[in-house]
Design a protein around this ligand. Sequence first.
Ligand code: CP
Length: 308
Amino acid sequence: MASWKGRDILSIRDFSRGDIETILKYARKMAPIAEGQKSSRSLDGRILASLFFEPSTRTRLSFESAIIRLGGGVLGFSSVEGTSVQKGETLADTVRMVEGYADVIVLRHPGAARLAAEFTERPVINAGDGAGQHPTQTLQDLYTIWDEKGKIEGQSIALVGDLKYGRTVHSIATALAGFGASLTLVSPPGLEMPWEIVEEVKATGTPVSMTHRLEDVVPTADVLYVTRIQKERFPDPQEYERVAGSYRVDLAILREAKKDLIVLHPLPRVTEIDPAVDRTPHAKYFRQAFNAVPVRMALLEMLLGVGG
Ligand code: CP
């Protein structure tokens, strides 16, 4: 694998399959540190800037947990309220200035991660860019599938929900194309996966099918990757009301599932997974949320040129 020291992580397309496999193995080595069973000072004195222009719980806190557990520190903001962005400061100036305060920049912004990276020599990690990409989420998702199933190749994976606006499904569909998995895309009418992503995936020879019916996929799926309808991305609130609550994974529908089906969700969930599912062996979404920490630890060490 080429050195990742100083590089940006802007899209899952930045990674080859070999890169991803190396990261997954690296993350597994970090798991005892992420769990607090082992300690490390590998990033002692390093500072992560956490710049969140849009809301987040998991991504921000897991990056913070990752750097703190490795001995580093964190600064930043979780909303633009109270920052000079409200006075009209540009993203370019914000990033140029933060460069002097931190060694790596984690940025959630509605769409300018790539632009931001042009204004700094520090590595920029795209922590979710509007309806675009969320590459580090995809790495934790792939890690979870690999860790739970032993392999990604050959898995029958159903992506369910808002495939139009959901950035996590855009990223994971692209990544899975390189892994020999088969994909079923399940969305309400009008929220289908953008055709250019479907074409990109199909061009790799990956089998792709589409349906609007959740019950079509539950009996054969190995992985059910459920997503929220992204209310905040709808230009028309009535359009959201038309599709809200389209799917709900509950105990009744899971009676039709394979015994070893795993249910994933990038979270937050709203109504699309019944909390009663949490107590079943299918539910892996909280483990998936934890897996963000070892994966992001591995990435931070790679970008900052330590460990390995
Ligand atoms: N999965 C995810 O990106 O969650 P947050 O929006 O809470 O960071």
